[in-house]
Structure formats: C-alpha cells, structure tokens
Write a protein that binds this ligand. Structure first.
Ligand SMILES: Nc1ncnc2c1ncn2[C@@H]1O[C@H](COP(=O)(O)OP(=O)(O)OP(=O)(O)O)[C@@H](O)[C@H]1O
Ligand SMILES: N[C@@H](CCO)C(=O)O
Length: 334
C-alpha cells in the first residue's frame, strides 16, 4: 500500500523536501495484458522541493545523459497533471532523481516516474492536491500511461489486477503473491518503446485465442496466489508476445528456452526484459552469460510507493538520500 508520512514546513524557513521511492514493475505476466502487474524490489528515488522558477532537474543513474532536464521531464509533467487537476498553479520544483529502473526495458520506468511526480506534487501542493487519494492518483497516472498495469503496482505494491469498468474510473484488486514464488529478471541491453510495441498488436484476434487467453488469465491468478504448480499453464499468452517477437527476437528466444526447461518465463511488460517466475531458487548457472542480458533475483515489493517529507535541519532528514549507493555511470543507458 502506498504510504505517506509528512511533516509541516518549517516556520523558521527550513527547506521542505519530499522524497518518493517507487518500485519497478512487470506488467502482463503472460496473458494478463494491460491488467496484471507485479511490483519488484528495484527502485527509483526522487527528492523535490519548491523553488523560485524555472524548475531544475538533476539525474543520477539510468537516463542521466538522455532524459530532458527541463519541464519536459516526465516527473515534472506528471506533477503538473496533479496541480492542474487540483486547480492549483504548478510551482517550480528542484528534483534530484536517482534512477535504477532501465528505460524502455519493460520494467515500468515510465510508470515509476509518473507515480513519483504525482506523489511529490500531492505532498508539496495545497489542500486540493493533498486531498487526492491513491485511487485518484491511480486514475490520473493511468490516463498518462494509457494503461493501468504498471502504475497500479507502482502505487500499491505487490500483485495487482486492474480493469476499467465501462465509463467509470479504473479499479485495482491487490492480491498476495504466494510466498514460494521467486522472480528473476533478465534485463536486456537493448530497449523497446512501449508505444511502438503497442502499435505491433493486431486490431482483432480469433475467438479461440480469446477464450484460451481468458482461461490462462484465470489460471494465472490461481497460480500466483494459491498453487504455483500451475505457473506454466497460467503464463501462456495469446494477445501480445508473438506479435511483438520480431522486434525482440533475443527475448522471444530466451523465453522459449526457459519455458522448454520448465521455467515459467514471460516477456516483462512491453519487453525486451524477460521475467522468470519460479518456485524455489532458479539455478541461474545455465542462464548466466546469456548474451545481451543480465540476470537479477529480485524480491516482490510489497509496499509500493513510499513518500517521506522532512525539513532541512531536521535530525532525521529525508529518509532516502540521493547519494545512496549507486554507480551513476554503470546504468547510464537510455
Ligand atoms: N525516471 C525517468 N525520468 C524521466 N523520464 C523517464 C523516466 N523513466 C522513463 N522515462 C521516459 O519514459 C520512456 C520509457 O517509457 P516506456 O513506457 O517506453 O518504457 P518502460 O516504462 O521502461 O517499459 P514498460 O512500459 O514496458 O514497462 C523513457 O525513454 C523516458 O522518455
Ligand atoms: N500492457 C502494457 C505494459 C507495458 O509495460 C503493454 O504490454 O503494452
């Protein structure tokens, strides 16, 4: 569940800073296209405070050399949405971003940045912004992303199943992941734009495929929460992976090889990362050094976005420091 703790701005003039930590997320999980999402223990952190304009952005880690450092920055654009929705004028912000989630990798980087900007704006804004609920943020972030499956787990943590009732606001169920399930993420050295990957999907699919995908999605929820022995059957997808495989052949190949070895592997989000779901520690030895990928065991993040606020001069200071251990050069990829 997204959690917030705030302190009041210091009457003596200390600087009021808000820090948000948002998890990476893997969407789809096979058949749950635009619906299933899982929060993973890999995090971006953004610290912000209000300044006299214009806004300033500093980035360490992923994207340091590629993201725009002005009002086009995704965190600032997301924050602006919250102020606009609240009827408040957007203040200029100073942002310090520490990024670990690869961009265009299928690990929910844009959802994390969007949720970070919205959570920061809620914490720094006036009464109307502060009155926004997590569900309001979910709706606004879904509007920006175009689909809810990454933003929901980024906000709430854990496994989420999201849908939008006709003419109504997006809804999310949060489910408990079975404790024996372990995640391995194979991060690709290449990138894929989610927008481009969405354009590869057909307008229509056969009734037979739709029926099989519906069944697999129901099995997936059972496998992820009750009986992981059904993970292989529950991760069969007929909506997106095959249609996108020509844009990410190495990822499609890795998924096929893992599945042949009995590992429930899927394309993570819109790719090209690959997510393996296993019960018990997956032996990585046969997969270490698969060309073009680096593998990491990641826990499931149960907390979702966490926001903390502090005034400079407070003994505690912000909970997450922008100088936390990270090699800014290592992940500096677009
Ligand atoms: N932390 C960030 N700061 C600024 N911009 C970001 C940040 N994270 C992502 N972006 C923007 O979003 C783009 C990637 O979004 P995209 O939706 O294509 O991929 P993704 O979110 O990494 O993957 P997926 O949606 O499949 O999980 C980046 O190229 C960049 O423009
Ligand atoms: N459901 C989205 C997830 C993107 O992370 C897609 O596959 O396009």
């Amino acid at each position: 569940m997204a959690s917030v703790s705030t302190s009041q701005p210091d009457a003596r003039g200390g600087e009021y800073r808000v820090t948000v930590r948002v998890p990476a997320t893997s969407a789809n999980l096979g058949p749950g296209y635009d619906c299933f999402g899982l929060a993973m223990a890999r995090y971006d952190e953004v610290t912000a405070h209000i300044i006299e304009g214009p806004s300033q952005v500093r980035v360490r880690g992923v994207g340091a050399r590629t993201v725009p450092l002005d009002d086009r920055h995704l965190v600032l654009r997301a924050a602006a949405r919250v102020f606009a929705r609240s009827g408040e004028s957007a203040p200029a912000l100073a942002l310090e971003c520490v990024n670990r989630i690869p961009h265009g990798g299928g690990q929910g980087s844009s959802a994390a940045a969007t949720v970070a900007g919205m959570m920061l704006a809620r914490a720094l804004g006036g009464p109307a912004a502060q009155a926004l609920t997590d569900d309001d943020i979910l709706a606004l972030a879904t509007e920006m992303e175009g689909h809810p499956d990454n933003v929901a787990p980024a906000i709430f943590g854990g496994l989420t199943v999201s849908w939008t009732p006709v003419e109504r606001a997006v809804k999310t169920i949060r489910a408990q992941v079975h404790p024996t399930i372990e995640l391995v993420v194979f991060s690709a050295q290449t990138h894929s734009s989610t927008k481009a990957a969405r354009n590869m999907l057909p307008m229509n699919i056969s009734h037979r495929d739709a029926a099989a995908n519906s069944a697999a999605t129901a099995v997936l929820l059972h496998a992820l929460t009750v009986d992981p022995s059904y993970l292989m059957d529950g991760t069969v997808d007929l909506l997106h992976q095959s249609y996108r495989s020509s844009a990410m052949p190495a990822s499609a190949n890795l998924v096929a090889r893992l599945r042949s070895a009995g590992v429930a592997a899927v394309i993570s989000g819109a790719g090209p990362s690959v997510l393996a779901l296993s019960t018990g520690a997956l032996d990585l030895a046969p997969w270490d050094g698969v060309q073009g990928f680096t593998s990491d065991r990641l826990g499931v993040d149960a907390a979702g976005a966490i926001v903390k606020a502090a005034t400079t001069g407070d003994e505690a200071g912000p909970a997450y420091s922008a100088s936390s251990a990270i090699d800014p050069g290592k992940n500096d990829t677009p």
